[in-house]
Design a protein around this ligand. Structure first.
Ligand SMILES: C[S@@+](CC[C@H](N)C(=O)[O-])C[C@H]1O[C@@H](n2cnc3c(N)ncnc32)[C@H](O)[C@@H]1O
Length: 191
């Protein structure tokens, strides 16, 4: 079993020990590849760790293109592989202010690619699209971390608001959270 580590959409942030991949060769990635084009140049179940740091929101503007990326991510990862995804919050100036951001990524979006969540949708009669079942992929969310904007960070640090109030504000206001960090685990049938 191969245990490749991929830093996808690496830009100028090369990670030691990772295969650094980008669409553009400007900053000298190890592999120049457009990740919207499938198949990717990696074998099935060959990858143990993927980093998508401020990268996934730049890819998959069309629904088909985004689903292809999720299917390919699943194909190249081995059972138990960890995928770290960091994105700007879709209702932040960091997201809205960059014309190369083409797709909002949230924990809810990624939950559609979890078999366990899809089964819950069915049990509860929820209409959420069962993408894990449609695409035969399975990504389990291990952790979700929200980084507040400096203004909300200050309110939290000074005790003006609680964590719960920050989470509630995130639902209704812009520029509460700067970044969402999520770690997913790939679930495949045991080899
Ligand atoms: C905001 S930069 C982030 C770079 C780096 N991960 C970091 O954290 O500094 C987004 C990167 O994604 C790359 N990218 C965008 N679309 C891509 C695609 N379809 N395939 C591969 N890389 C892509 C861009 O070229 C850019 O280097």
């Amino acid at each position: 079993m191969s245990d490749l580590k991929l830093n996808l959409g690496c830009g100028d942030t090369r990670m030691p020990g990772y295969v650094n991949v980008d669409k553009y060769g400007t900053f000298g990635p190890d592999i120049v590849a457009d990740l919207e084009v499938v198949p990717w140049p990696f074998e099935e179940s060959s990858v143990a760790d993927v980093q998508l740091i401020h990268a996934l929101e730049h890819m998959g503007q069309t629904t088909e293109g985004f689903l292809n990326i999720m299917k390919e991510l699943y194909r190249v990862c081995r059972h138990g592989a960890r995928i770290t995804i960091k994105v700007p919050h879709p209702r932040s100036e960091g997201y809205l202010g960059d014309p190369t951001h083409v797709r909002p990524i949230t924990p809810n979006v990624l939950s559609l690619f979890s078999m366990e969540e899809n089964r819950k949708f069915i049990e509860r009669g929820w209409p959420n699209t069962r993408l894990a079942m449609h695409l035969n992929v399975d990504f389990r969310t291990l952790s979700i971390t929200y980084a507040p904007t400096p203004r909300w960070h200050h309110k939290l640090a000074s005790g003006e608001v609680t964590n719960q109030e920050v989470m509630e504000a995130m639902e209704s206001q812009n520029n509460v959270i700067d970044e969402i960090a999520m770690v997913l685990e790939v679930v495949k049938a045991a080899a």
